[in-house]
Design a protein around this ligand. Structure first.
Ligand SMILES: Nc1ncnc2c1ncn2[C@@H]1O[C@H](COP(=O)(O)OP(=O)(O)OP(=O)(O)O)[C@@H](O)[C@H]1O
Length: 269
């Protein structure tokens, strides 16, 4: 099944995927002919049941997935034909946010944010080497995500929602041209989930960059995204502006997955 790609955005896409096929080693195809465009300023929710290929699609946008066929272009880079030295530049231009935050817990919040600038800070150690400009920007970003008052605290002392805000500030420190967030709210309570997604949506709009967010909870996707794309067994079977979708129309992504209904309840929560 092929989804029609429509978008609420205008202008050129920052990322373009065409006919992408991915298999790990000798295994089966986990992405089978995927097309995707990501436009500046939009938050796109990526849905699909467990194993449908969401993380693999995210990895393909940073060159971490084994591409069998098709093309992937991100911020002007052709990922199926990267020249020597381009991998580092590409990854520096993509901010990544993860379910488990991936902070260094014993380091301060400020230092964690500063690590986002490592790619342009030259040979340094974490105790020094960052410029006053780096520190000023890191503090501004902590202020933007609402936790400047925690700058000196050890990252591990913060709540989950606060830690995810640190991770977002760290990603912004890279001055990313694209942000990928792989299940960024899966470890957070509903209130925190809404506020983190609101923050990511604001970043997309204010910074004019695409933000791709994989999610498991349909109401969160419907409330916080501009567009929804959905994978089913490695094929993109949904791609439409969020305003044209509802939970029933998204059932095609999950039909027949869970006879017990537990996952179904969680998705609709
Ligand atoms: N490194 C790998 N080596 C082999 N197979 C892999 C690897 N990574 C993922 N897969 C397989 O690829 C398929 C898609 O996995 P992927 O993690 O992309 O799905 P997903 O939609 O992100 O799942 P989830 O929602 O559970 O995180 C699965 O069958 C998985 O087992």
């Amino acid at each position: 099944m092929t989804a029609t790609t429509t978008s609420t955005s205008t202008g050129l896409p920052l990322a373009t995927v065409r006919g992408l096929r991915v298999a790990y080693g000798d295994g089966p195809l986990v992405l089978d002919g995927v097309d995707l465009d990501l436009f500046p300023g939009e938050l796109v929710a990526l849905l699909g049941s467990s194993g449908s290929g969401k993380s693999t699609l995210m990895k393909s946008l940073t060159g971490f997935a084994p591409v069998n066929d098709g093309s992937v272009r991100v911020a002007g880079y052709d990922l199926t034909n990267l020249r020597h030295g381009q991998v580092r530049s590409l990854r520096a231009s993509v901010g990544q946010i993860f379910q488990q935050f991936n902070l260094v817990g014993r380091l301060s919040v400020l230092t964690n944010v500063l690590t986002g600038a490592l790619h342009d800070a030259g040979p340094i150690n974490l105790g020094g080497g960052f410029t006053s400009g780096h520190r000023k920007r890191a503090l501004e970003l902590l202020d933007r995500v609402g936790i400047a008052h925690k700058a000196k605290d050890q990252a591990r002392t913060l709540s989950g929602g606060q830690q995810q805000r640190v991770a977002i500030a760290r990603a912004l420190m890279q001055r990313p041209r694209l942000v990928l967030a792989d299940e960024p709210v899966a470890s957070l309570d509903p209130k925190m989930s809404h506020s983190v997604l609101e923050l990511l949506h604001d970043i997309a709009r204010e910074d004019g960059i695409p933000v791709l967010v994989s999610l498991h909870v349909l109401p969160l996707a419907l409330e916080h995204s501009d567009r929804i794309v959905g994978l089913r067994h490695g094929e993109m079977v949904v791609s439409a502006p969020t305003a044209e979708l509802d939970a029933d129309k998204l059932e095609v992504l999950y039909a027949g997955d869970d006879e017990e209904g537990d996952d179904d309840d969680a998705r609709r929560a």
